[in-house]
Write a protein that binds this ligand. Structure first.
Ligand code: G3P
Length: 220
């Protein structure tokens, strides 16, 4: 199971990248709007820091605008994946970009039918937003289950990238279903990392070791 970070924060990316658990990055216009600095500098820097796929989103509405923007974003680095919204114009852009061997991620997916169409258009990734479905009283994870099953049934190569993740249990559920990727806000990755019993256990080990050092005049 791959883990992407869902952020445009250079500090967060640097903080977690060295741990060896971050396989890629997803950004969107909202995430970039939260950061200081020129958007293009931020995007170029992320592409430099992270070896895996870096998903950068187009803001054009028309197919031609999205394709042009996608080609420009792709020049930031070989690892750039062009994120395109789930619209008819967007899927036409996906078709064109994938014919040019440019990887795409269709975002703002809220149903398995949308995911099926995105995969057929040639998307490398589909991004269903499960947290926003949960917010509206619909079980987001049901959509993930359906998409994974449909893609498996027909051997689609498109990867299911679970987005709008709100808590660590979402990650476990996505893993049990067999979704390829989860993209996580940095605070959720932080929550996955820690457990109060780990902290308690470590502090006991360290204080017991202090006793050993004292008793044996041991310095390590
Ligand atoms: O990857 C999509 C994600 O950023 C949306 O998350 O929490 O705004 O629904 P959220």
């Amino acid at each position: 199971m791959k883990i992407f970070l869902d952020t445009a924060s250079i500090d967060s990316i640097k903080k977690f990248n060295d741990m060896g658990v971050v396989d890629g990055i997803t950004t969107n216009p909202t995430l970039i709007s939260k950061e200081k600095g020129h958007p293009e500098d931020i995007m170029r820097e992320i592409v430099k820091i992270v070896k895996g796929p870096v998903n950068l989103e187009v803001v054009g509405i028309k197919t031609e605008e999205m394709v042009e923007e996608g080609l420009r974003l792709k020049r930031f680095g070989d690892n750039v994946v062009v994120k395109v919204p789930m619209t008819m114009e967007g899927l036409k852009a996906v078709k064109k970009l994938s014919e040019d061997k440019i990887k795409t991620n269709v975002t703002l997916i809220f149903s398995s039918n949308q995911a099926l169409l995105a995969a057929k258009a040639g998307a490398s990734y589909v991004s269903p937003f499960i947290g926003r479905l949960d917010d509206g009283g619909q079980e987001g994870m049901t959509v993930i289950k359906e998409i994974v099953q449909i893609f498996n049934n027909y051997d689609f190569q498109t990867e299911v990238l679970v987005a709008s993740v709100r808590h660590p249990i979402h990650v476990i559920e996505a893993g049990k279903i067999g979704a390829h990727i989860v993209t996580l806000p940095p605070d959720i990755l932080g929550k996955m990392l820690t457990h109060p019993l780990t902290d308690k256990g470590l502090s006991l080990f360290l204080s017991d070791w202090e006793k050993v050092k004292k008793e044996h005049k041991y310095t390590i």
